[in-house]
Design a binder for this molecule. Structure first.
Ligand code: COA
Length: 381
């Protein structure tokens, strides 16, 4: 309880039934479409995992080919969206604002066929997200956007549109593993927002736009930027212990450590740690990976000393920062790239909600005034 009364965060309140992902916080286990995240994320393409979420089974080769083609042909964004994004970039708006603005307009000049074809809309949203983010980033660099290439897979094309050149296989694999790892994670705030919007029988573009708004908040996936700053500082100073101690002594939390749901290890941290290790081994880049590993060990040790009752280990965001930085993403694109992945979960949840809908309408406990009577404006003090 605080001065404003009790705070409600809906912890442990069940508000939906889903077959999309399952989290076991005690065991530190995550299933995506029934597969352990450790098994599926490093092996699948993003398209395979998206298909799994939408159809509840992995595609065979022919189904995958058709699905990839269907997704790829929906990538281009209309000029109107490009103009909005260019304006946002020129005005120095954050990338998530640009994404929200661009996504809201994405169905302009777009033939979705049958207006009731909700899966077509879902694919349109998923396909357009990387194009919007990449266009924004290109405008920010003072360059022109790069048109999508249908011959490239979803992850490869995203990197291609950002850089204007074909990415290496290891960069594509690293990004793909990241996108697959964070595509869905139970009823997080943005996914809940998407389901709530759809529960009013609104549409999937509106749901995804609301979800982008929810994801934009720093409490939802905003840690990788500060994590990278911490790792970079430790790397530059050549001393992890000093950097970690300084933060803890100042009463700060260590970014990238701890999790609300996982009481054991966050399994996504392991997947991304392995992906980052593999990526850095082949990349020959300045090795912040080794610093990250050392910082992880120092952070876990010092947190265990200071919070002996609580298991505080690295979470998904710690290795997100390491991996995406290695691939070459600037910190400003960490959240939009999270959205590029999580949109798969949003649309799958939206379709699931539509199939068995009930309006989401919780209640609030009233603690305001009662029994007031109307006073005309001229009689008020
Ligand atoms: N660094 C230092 N101390 C931490 C900590 C961290 N990263 N995470 C939790 N703690 C401590 C808290 O200070 C608190 O100590 P206290 O009881 O002495 O006050 C105790 O552990 C419990 O914290 P609480 O806030 O109740 O845990 P939570 O389950 O609500 O926290 C997070 C979950 C994610 C909000 C929290 O671990 C955190 O802030 N982590 C850093 C931010 C981050 O990485 N976020 C991304 C999550 S994917």
């Amino acid at each position: 309880m605080n001065d404003a009364g009790p705070s409600f965060g809906l912890e442990d309140v069940t508000v939906a039934q889903t077959r999309l992902s399952s989290i076991d916080g005690e065991e530190g286990a995550l299933l995506i479409g029934g597969y352990p995240v450790e098994d599926i994320a490093p092996n699948a393409t993003y398209e395979e995992e998206l298909y799994l979420l939408l159809h509840d089974s992995l595609p065979n080769a022919e189904e995958l080919r058709d699905f990839q083609a269907d997704l790829a042909r929906r990538r281009s964004i209309p000029d109107e969206v490009a103009s909005v994004v260019r304006r946002a970039a020129r005005e120095g708006r954050p990338a998530m604002d640009a994404l929200r603005m661009g996504l809201a307009a994405v169905t302009l000049s777009t033939d979705l066929g049958d207006p009731s074809a909700t899966e077509a809309k879902a694919l349109r949203v998923v396909a357009a997200m990387p194009t919007i983010v990449a266009a924004y980033w290109r405008f920010r660099q003072g360059a022109d956007p790069v048109s999508p290439r249908t011959a490239l897979g979803h992850a490869a094309n995203y990197l291609y549109m950002l850089r204007g050149e074909e990415p290496s296989r290891s960069a594509v694999r690293g990004l793909e593993t990241y996108l697959n790892t964070v595509i869905d994670h139970g009823l997080n705030a943005s996914t809940f927002a998407a389901r709530t919007v759809v529960s009013t029988e609104s549409d999937i573009v509106s749901a995804a736009t609301a979800a982008v708004g929810a994801l934009k908040g720093p409490l939802h996936g905003g840690a990788p930027g500060p994590v990278l700053n911490m790792i970079q500082e430790a790397h530059d100073r050549g001393n992890c212990e000093e950097v970690v101690r300084a933060r803890l002594d100042a009463g700060e939390r260590l970014m990238g450590f701890g999790h609300r749901v996982y009481r054991a290890r966050d399994p996504r941290a392991d997947v991304l740690s392995a992906a980052a290790e593999e990526f850095y081994a082949g990349a020959g880049r300045e090795n912040v990976f080794e610093t990250a590993r050392e910082l992880e060990a120092v952070g876990s040790r010092l947190l265990a000393e200071r919070k002996p009752d609580r298991r505080l280990e690295t979470n998904v965001e710690f290795y997100t920062a390491v991996l995406l930085h290695g691939i070459g993403f600037p910190a400003e694109l960490f959240s939009p790239t999270f959205a590029v992945s999580r949109v798969g979960g949003w649309v799958a949840h939206a379709l699931e909600q539509k199939r068995n809908n009930r309006l989401v309408r919780p209640v609030a406990r009233y603690d305001g005034a009662e029994g007031r009577t109307w006073t005309p404006i001229g009689e008020r003090e």
